[in-house]
Design a protein around this ligand. Sequence first.
Ligand code: ATP
Ligand code: MG
Length: 699
Amino acid sequence: MSSQPTATENAPSEPRGGPLDAVRRYAQDLNLGLLWRLLPYTRAYLGLEILMFAAMLGAVLLDQVSPLLTQGLIDEALPRKDLALLNLYALGLITLPLVRGLVNIWQDYLSARIGEGLVYDLRLALFRHFQRMSLGYYTTTPTGEIMSRLGDVNAARGLLTRVLPQIIINLITLASALVVMFGLDARLALLGLAMLPLYVLPTRFAARFAQGITKETMRLSNELLTFNNEALGVSGALLVKAFGRQDHETQRYAGLTSQVRDLAVRQAVVGRLFGLSTSLVGALGLALVYWVGGYLVIGDELTIGTVVAFTIYLWRVYAPFSNLLDVPVNLASSLASLERLFETLELPIEIANAPGARPLRHVQGHIRFDHVYFRYAGPPPDRLKGTEREWALEDINLEIQPGQLAAFVGPSGSGKTTVTYLVPRLFDPQRGSVFIDGHDVREVTLASLAHQIGMVTQETYMFNDTIRNNLLYARPNATPAELRAAVEAAYLTDVIAELPDGLDTMVGQRGFRLSGGQRQRLSIARVILKNPRILILDEATSALDTESELAVQAALERLFQDRTSLVVAHRLSTIRSADVIFALEDGRLVEQGTHAQLLAREGLYARLYRKQFKDQAWLLGLTPADLLAFPQPERQVLLALVRLREATLQAIAEAVEWQPDDVVPVLTRLEEDGHVRVLADGRYEPVLARGRRPAINNG
Ligand SMILES: Nc1ncnc2c1ncn2[C@@H]1O[C@H](COP(=O)(O)OP(=O)(O)OP(=O)(O)O)[C@@H](O)[C@H]1O
Ligand SMILES: [Mg+2]
């Protein structure tokens, strides 16, 4: 597909072959075939294109008449001392540029309409394509590269609105000027043309050089974009600050930008050299024409007017010719971008609707993995060297009944998240199949699959918009009552009531204006609003006993109701409500069963439980919702006590940061209602009996 320069890349400029040969080689190097691929896109603009071409032709031809007027003025009006004729020629010389200018404006308008229209079409085509790319593409491609691929459209825009129209105009100008010149005097015309080859060598050299610089510049600006995205994004900025690496980042940035600077300087010098060589040759040609023309005038073979007109036409050959020689340089970068643009449009869509895919409707929520093997594309990340394994998931067989809550547990990197990715087809397994209600997920439409499945990912993502709009993203036509219900179910009503603009408060870049727990609950509310039959949740590990975490846990319990849930569990409260637990290790399913069954097996789960979940066991007595139902300040004191297990009055007072005297009445109330017990040594202990609702009335 690409006929890139290979052998000729670094070859010194060889003088053999004429200018035509050089031009032909430019064309080869430039992969002009790409322009043909633009043709299908231009079809919609055919009418405008014909008009534009007519306007160009008109403008150039009008322009070519004016030297003839100069000739007439010198050769006819002046010798005859004919004032009327002089006025007429002068008037013509004034009106012609005016008319031409108007035609030019019209032509600019037309070429802008066409060029910008094409840019719009290409941009849309690119974005559509990116929307269809699989998650795998986004995880393996740096954001900067994707952005710069979108930016390729801008280079294509220069090509369409500037470079291509200029090529056409220059060609028309060159051809028409040559015709007139040969008509005026063939000898002078040949003389002028004889100078042209002198243009070729220096420009060809400059063009090669510039091409190399252009490629290098593009590579660098990509790198810079990626760097900026990483270092100046919220998460990146957080990381830089957390590790105090500001100076290091600044140095890396300085390194990159200094390369950009040096390149730009080299580019400027090349431009100058190029300009110098062309203007030198131009001046030389002009002098020769005046010289030889002078002889011819003195020998009465030519009129003065013809020589003067001729010198004007000479510029109308040299200027477009030098512009045309410039074209490969301009084209080089535009075409490189265009090539990448088409390459992007051809990036394979890895996950697409199968031919004849049917929508998945009325889902019960039965899920089955049948001998599933999965491996991520690309080389395994470096940090895994040593523990590297062939499959991220190996021979996974499992079944989840409709409405069940299935918890996935296992060490980090064991493949829990990956399992959940295969259900909504964020990735497809290499071997084996995933079934929903007996349908292979690869045989249903992606849209219906996405409709039936709700996801809460490990890292919650919010658009920089209002809370309302972030919620409505799940279901744009939700009623205000449904919104309120979702907010209520996610324990966000109080949080939102305290925000300055309520639901219309902006969440900030990626939701960074909300606390971690609030953000998680917002993403839970979003899924509650969507109300999918199948829920996929990748729990974030989090603090054990803060109020916010309690609210998250309580919100989750609501979320699990009435649907099949696949949860990567980090919370004991989730594990406890699970109908079935799957324990993964190194990509293999090693155990499955209920909490009690797995504990009894004394295997992986029992080990994990002791390490990861045991310290959350204080919650075994009450559900998060029960705890949240306690009024303040009792809840705060009770939570502090739960965290301390057993504590003196002094210790409790320190934990809640009150005076001991203020804590006493609260503790007394809790004790009276049976939630706190005083031990023999005077210390306090929480009494948490499962299912016991708070008896405290704060009235
Ligand atoms: N996009 C990816 N490309 C390549 N390898 C990946 C990718 N995502 C995950 N992996 C690898 O696949 C394996 C399973 O990863 P997975 O994210 O499923 O683990 P996990 O059990 O969810 O871990 P954690 O508890 O840390 O979230 C790991 O070895 C991981 O390094
Ligand atoms: Mg994970």
